[in-house]
Design a protein around this ligand. Structure first.
Ligand code: BES
Ligand code: MN
Ligand code: ZN
Length: 537
C-alpha cells in the first residue's frame, strides 16, 4: 500500500473512494466532519437523530453526497470527547481500515489523525498509529489455504493521511514508522501462524537468512548442533535431543548505516587513546563501558524463544489445545519482525537477535523428569518438568549474549500458562531488576498501544527453585508460575541490564479468531526508535 500526506482544510474537495471523518458520541462533529456536513446541507447531522451514535469504532457509510468530491464519506465514531486518546484513535482508524476492505475500495483518505488526543500525542505519533492500523489490517493468512478459500485479499492500494500544513513533515516520518511496524508485525504473524510441520527450526533459520539477503544492514549466521555442542549449551541441547527435527541457533546482527560506534561516555573515557586504531578504540571503549557500567555502549540484544512445537515432551501436554503450541516460537517471530522494521527504518543503532530454535518432543532420547543437565554457564539444572523447556533453551542463549558486551538484553518468550492466567491478552508480563530498562519498555509499550505490566522478581520467589540434586530446578511449583520462570532466567542474566517479556497471553489469540497477533513488535520497535534517538542525541 502507498501512503501519502495531504494537507488541506477543504475537506469537501478531497478526491477519494472513502473519506473518514470523526464524530463524537455527544454529537459534536470534528472540524472535518463539520465542513463535510455544511457542504452537504447537513447530511451528517441528519444521521445523528437515529442511525449514528458516535460510539467508539462505530461506522456509517454515506454515498454520493451532494457537494462532496469523495465518493463515500465514512462517519467514524470517536466515543466521548473527554476521554479521546491515542488508543481511541488507533481503534477508530482500525475500524475504518476494516470497513475499506469490506467495501472493496482501492483508495482511501482519513482525517482522523487531525484531532488532538487528551494524552497529548504528537502529529508524528498519530500518523504512526494511523499507518500501523492501516498496514496491520492488510495481513491475511493464505500460505496453506487452497485457492477455494483464499479470495479475501484486500483491494486497498492507496491511503492519504490528511494533515495540517505545519505537521506534514512529522506526519511523513510517522507514516514511515507505522508502516515499518505494521510490516514487522506481518512478518511475525506469518511465522506464528505457519504450522509446525512447515515452520521448523530450519525454516526459521532460512527466514533469518532471507532477511539478511533483503537488507544489507542485517547479517545472519546459523549455528548447527555441532557448533552448539562446542559451545557447551547442554541445556538447549537436552531439549532439542527429544526431536528428530534438527536444532538451529540463529544469530542476527543489525547495524544501521548511520550508526556511530562510540557513545559520548566512551569517547570521553578513551580520549587518551584516540591515536590507536579505530578497531582497538572500540574494544577499549567497550571495556571501559563495562568498568564504569556505562549503559550507552554495546548493542541491544533481543533473545526470542523459538520452540517451533511444544508437545511438553515426556511431561506431555493434554490433547485438547495442543495445536496452539505451534505458537511457541512467537518470541523468535517477534525478534525477526522487529529486525524487518529496524532495517526498513535504517535506525542508527546496533541490535543483535538470538534465537535458540528446536522442537520439544518426547522421543527415546528426550529429557526425563529428574534428569540433570549442565548449562553453558556451568550451572546445573534439575529438570523436574520437561514442559518447562522455554527457560532451558533461553538460559543458554542468555549466556551466549554475554560475548556481545550488551548494553541491554531483552528476552521475549511465550513462557508460561501462568502469565496468561495473570494478565490475559492485554499486557505482556515485564520482569526486570533494572528499573531504567523496565521504565523504557513500559513507556514504549504505552506509546505503541502494546502495553506491559511489571511483575516482581523478589528474592523469596527464588526459594521455589531450590533443588537437592542440582544448582537449581527448572520449575517452582504452581504458585506464581510466571514469576518463578522469570526468576530462573534471571540467574543467567547477571552480567548486563536484562528484561524478560512473557508474551504467552498477547502473542496469539485463541478461539474463533485463532491466530498470531504480531505483538510485541510495536513495543520492541518503539523501544528501539526511542533508544536510537536517545543514544545519537
Ligand atoms: N509454551 C508453554 C507456555 C504456554 C502455555 C504458552 C500456554 C502459551 C499458552 C511453556 O513451555 C510451558 O509449557 N510452560 C509450563 C510450565 C510449567 C510446566 C511449570 C506451563 O505454563 O504450564
Ligand atoms: Mn512447555
Ligand atoms: Zn513452551
Amino acid at each position: 500500500m502507498q501512503f501519502s500526506t495531504h494537507s488541506t482544510t477543504s475537506f469537501h474537495q478531497i478526491k477519494t473512494a472513502a473519506l473518514a471523518v470523526g464524530v463524537y458520541s455527544d454529537g459534536s462533529l470534528t472540524p472535518a466532519a463539520d465542513v463535510i456536513n455544511q457542504s452537504s446541507d447537513g447530511a451528517l447531522r441528519e444521521t445523528l437523530t437515529s442511525e449514528f451514535s458516535g460510539k467508539l469504532g462505530e461506522l456509517l457509510v454515506l454515498r454520493s453526497l451532494k457537494g462532496i468530491k469523495a465518493s463515500r464519506v465514512v462517519m467514524v465514531g470517536l466515543g466521548k470527547p473527554e476521554v479521546y486518546s491515542s488508543q481511541a484513535l488507533f481503534k477508530a482508524q482500525t475500524a475504518f481500515a476494516k470497513q475499506c476492505h469490506a467495501i472493496n475500495v482501492t483508495d482511501a483518505a482519513s482525517t482522523l489523525s487531525l484531532e488532538m488526543t487528551h494524552d497529548a500525542s504528537s502529529a508524528q505519533e498519530r500518523a504512526l498509529l494511523s499507518a500501523q492500523a492501516m498496514t496491520q489490517s492488510l495481513y491475511r493468512y493464505s500460505a496453506t489455504l487452497s485457492t477455494q478459500s483464499n479470495d479475501n485479499t484486500p483491494k486497498l492500494k492507496q491511503f492519504q493521511l490528511i494533515t495540517a500544513k505545519s505537521d506534514e513533515e512529522a506526519a511523513k516520518l510517522g507514516l514511515k514508522q507505522g508502516q515499518a511496524i505494521g510490516n514487522g508485525m506481518s512478518v511475525a504473524q506469518e511465522l506464528g501462524n505457519l504450522p509446525g510441520n512447515i515452520c521448523t527450526p530450519t525454516y526459521l533459520a532460512n527466514e533469518a537468512k532471507l532477511l539478511a539477503r533483503k537488507f544489507k544492514t542485517i547479517k545472519t549466521s546459523i549455528l548447527e548442533r555441532k557448533q552448539v555442542e562446542a559451545l557447551k549449551m547442554g541445556s538447549f541441547l537436552s531439549v532439542a535431543r527429544g526431536s528428530d527435527e534438527p536444532l538451529r541457533f540463529i544469530v542476527m546482527h543489525y547495524t544501521g548505516t548511520d550508526f556511530k560506534h562510540s557513545s559520548k561516555a566512551s569517547t570521553q573515557k578513551t580520549a587518551q587513546s584516540t591515536k590507536t586504531s579505530s578497531k582497538l578504540n572500540v574494544k577499549t571503549s567497550v571495556k571501559n563501558a563495562l568498568q564504569v557500567n556505562d549503559s550507552a555502549t554495546g548493542p541491544i540484544v533481543l533473545v526470542g524463544k523459538g520452540i517451533t512445537f511444544d508437545s511438553g515432551g515426556i511431561s506431555i501436554k493434554p490433547a485438547a489445545t495442543m495445536d496452539e503450541m505451534k505458537y511457541d516460537m512467537c518470541g523468535a517471530a517477534s525478534v525477526m519482525g522487529t529486525f524487518q522494521a529496524l532495517a526498513e527504518l535504517n535506525l542508527p543503532i546496533e541490535v543483535v537477535g538470538l534465537i535458540p530454535a528446536c522442537e520439544n518432543m518426547p522421543n527415546g532420547r528426550a529429557n526425563k523428569p529428574g534428569d540433570v543437565v549442565t548449562s553453558m554457564s556451568g550451572l546445573t539444572i534439575e529438570i523436574l518438568n520437561t514442559d518447562a523447556e522455554g527457560r532451558l533453551v533461553l538460559c543458554d542463549a542468555l549466556t551466549y549474549a554475554e560475548r556481545f558486551k550488551p548494553s541491554a538484553v531483552i528476552d521475549i518468550a511465550t513462557l508460561t500458562g501462568a502469565c496468561v492466567v495473570a494478565l490475559g491478552g492485554v499486557n505482556s508480563g515485564l520482569f526486570s531488576s533494572h528499573d531504567e530498562l523496565a521504565h523504557q519498555l513500559q513507556d514504549a509499550g504505552k506509546q505503541s498501544q502494546d502495553p506491559t505490566w511489571r511483575m516482581p522478581l523478589d528474592e523469596p520467589y527464588h526459594e521455589q527453585l531450590k533443588s537437592n540434586f542440582a544448582d537449581l530446578a527448572n520449575i517452582g511449583g504452581p504458585p506464581a508460575g510466571a514469576v518463578t520462570a522469570a526468576c530462573f532466567l534471571s540467574r543467567f542474566a547477571k552480567k548486563y541490564p536484562w528484561a524478560h517479556l512473557d508474551i504467552a497471553g498477547v502473542a496469539w489469540r485463541g478461539g474463533k479468531d485463532k491466530g498470531s497477533t504480531g505483538r510485541p513488535v510495536p513495543l520492541l520497535t518503539q523501544y528501539l526508535i526511542n533508544q536510537a534517538q536517545q543514544r545519537s542525541a
